[in-house]
Design a protein. Sequence first.
Length: 133
Amino acid sequence: MLSDPISDFLTRIRNASMAGHKVVVVPASNLRLDMCKIMHEQGYILNYKKEETENKQGQIKIALKYNPVTKQPAIRTLKRVSRPGLRRYNASDDLPRVLNGLGIAIVSTNKGVMTDKQARQEKVGGEVLCLVY
């Protein structure tokens, strides 16, 4: 049993990206699908697809994105902020700005999972899940 499924999700993406893999497979959940959607919209991954498995949970196949010239991964850093031992909640005006707006923070709010920029526009705070840049 995993004590922190979000950290496991981020670690699988980070390890596959550093190893140069084209696709990484992670167990599916609604939160992970929302995080994949945000990373896809922001241009950090090429695509993602949920597939059914024998158990009812399913899995998500994530196509990682690399620079075509330098072969560097699009995700340079993937850092977990809020963790089970120390939850990090921020108000909308206290949300972190990642690399002065070049990166994103994924925030879980009462209006759903969104980026820090969207949360500021909607004036909602929440739990800062991770930083991506």
